[in-house]
Design a protein around this ligand. Structure first.
Ligand code: ZN
Length: 431
């Protein structure tokens, strides 16, 4: 089987027989080269994965070292929620002829439809083709990218030994550089590159060129580059969320809508475009009583109102995240902010306990980043309950409640929390 795959990969056998079934599924034919060789993509990981990472082993036929990295990634296990899409070779004609160009003398990495610029003649080093996407190979790549919308894409080239700086997420770029052992360096802004097109055309998605050293990669180098790719995949993997819905039927929604009218002058129970995330702790040491209280829908002890208090998410001390209420519904967790805030509860009895629990804090930061990315919520609008009164989104029509807040997760704790948050990838990378 391995031999068959190798032959297919070398493009010696065309048309393609289906490649053997692997962890993800059979290789898909995504296009054919100018000379009719198959261009294949292989998915490793679930077809339902929310996040896709694309790796292209070779674009220029005389720069083949990245193919070995892709071969190794075929046998890898991506993190939950992420599928790897692997293209061993986008330029099989160039590979067969050991030329930079495709069979028509085009530099495929100048043929993409962003800042494309014509000129020159076939087999000039950087000949961009007669038009953007004039070549079947670049069209195959563009169509695949449009279809799978990779959150992160790596394109292997040689032999400048660097991660080429791009407009992608700088935190991921730094991670890639660190894990691959290749320094980040800027190159001139070339015309018509695949990465330029991706970063411009798909905001929130990131692509990079990884320039490997000259010659074939040694086994350790292959392992290291594959590990760097998987580190990126882990960095953008969605935080797992366990659905644990509390009863929120018609009656409770009616009560929520009436609450929104009384307190905010809004005639809806729907949370449209949430602008704020409020972090809380439960003041309990286990999750059981929390779930019971939120499910009960009885008037709260403090204000005696309905619906009962609740939260969108609860994070247990072991880092498990439960979703109790959909993001799209208002829920009573913070006076003055329920109209626009998603609530996250942490099982625990103090700020220090929550911030000192690594697993709980890690899950909390990743969940928060993901929600920021999905809803476009700024870092400064991730606040602790104790900061509620200073939020620019705070509003309250009931006079006696205008200065009501709680003591959980105050300013100093949240400054630490927000600093940790900023060390994660950009919200859009984790959406
Ligand atoms: Zn609270």
């Amino acid at each position: 089987m391995r031999l068959l795959a190798a032959i297919l990969g070398l493009g010696l056998l065309a048309p393609a027989a289906p490649a053997p079934e692997r962890a993800g599924g059979p290789a898909q034919l995504v296009g054919r080269s100018a000379e009719g060789r198959p261009i294949q993509a292989l998915r490793v990981g679930s077809p339902r994965a929310r996040v896709r990472v694309l790796v292209v082993g070779s674009v220029h036929g005389n720069e083949p070292a990245g193919r070995a990295v892709v071969e190794r990634l075929r046998r890898s296990r991506p993190p939950r929620g992420v599928a790897l899409w692997l293209v061993t070779d986008l330029n099989p004609d160039g590979h067969a002829a050991a030329t930079r160009h495709n069979a028509r003398g085009v530099d495929l990495n100048r043929n993409f439809p962003y800042r494309w610029q014509g000129g020159g003649a076939p087999f000039d080093t950087y000949f961009p083709g007669p038009a953007a996407l004039s070549e079947p190979e670049s069209r195959a790549a563009a169509e695949l990218i449009e279809r799978i919308r990779p959150r992160v894409t790596l394109w292997y080239h040689q032999a400048l030994r660097m991660v080429v700086r791009s407009d992608g997420d700088p935190t991921l770029e730094a991670l890639l550089s660190r894990r691959s052992g290749l320094p980040r360096r800027r190159l001139p802004r070339y015309h018509g590159t695949a990465v330029g097109w991706q970063n411009h055309h798909f905001p929130g998605d990131s692509g990079w060129v990884v320039e490997l050293p000259a010659g074939p990669l040694a086994a350790a180098g292959v392992r290291r580059q594959a590990a760097a790719t998987l580190a990126l995949a882990r960095a953008v993997a969605p935080q797992p969320v366990v659905e644990r819905p509390i009863p929120f039927g018609a009656e409770r929604r009616r009560q929520m809508r009436a609450y929104a009218r009384r307190h905010y002058g809004l005639d809806t129970a729907r949370l449209r475009r949430p602008r704020v995330i409020v972090e809380h702790y439960t003041a309990t040491s286990t999750i059981g009583p929390v779930l019971n209280t939120f499910a009960a829908n009885s008037p709260d002890v403090e204000l005696g109102e309905l619906p009962g208090v609740c939260t969108h998410y609860v994070i247990d001390t072991d880092g498990t995240v439960y979703r109790l209420v959909p993001d799209a519904l208002m829920c009573r967790h913070t006076v003055g902010l329920n109209w626009t805030a998603i609530g996250i509860e942490h099982v625990g009895t103090s700020d220090a306990q929550v911030l000192g629990n690594r697993r709980q804090l890690r899950a909390s930061l990743r969940l928060t980043r993901m929600l920021q990315g999905r809803h476009g919520i700024r870092d400064r609008d991730v606040i602790g309950h104790a900061e509620s009164l200073s939020s620019p989104y705070h509003r309250e029509r009931v006079a006696r409640l205008r200065s009501q807040t709680h003591g959980d997760l105050g300013r100093a704790s949240m400054d630490r929390y927000r600093r940790a948050l900023r060390r994660l990838p950009a919200p859009a990378s984790m959406r």
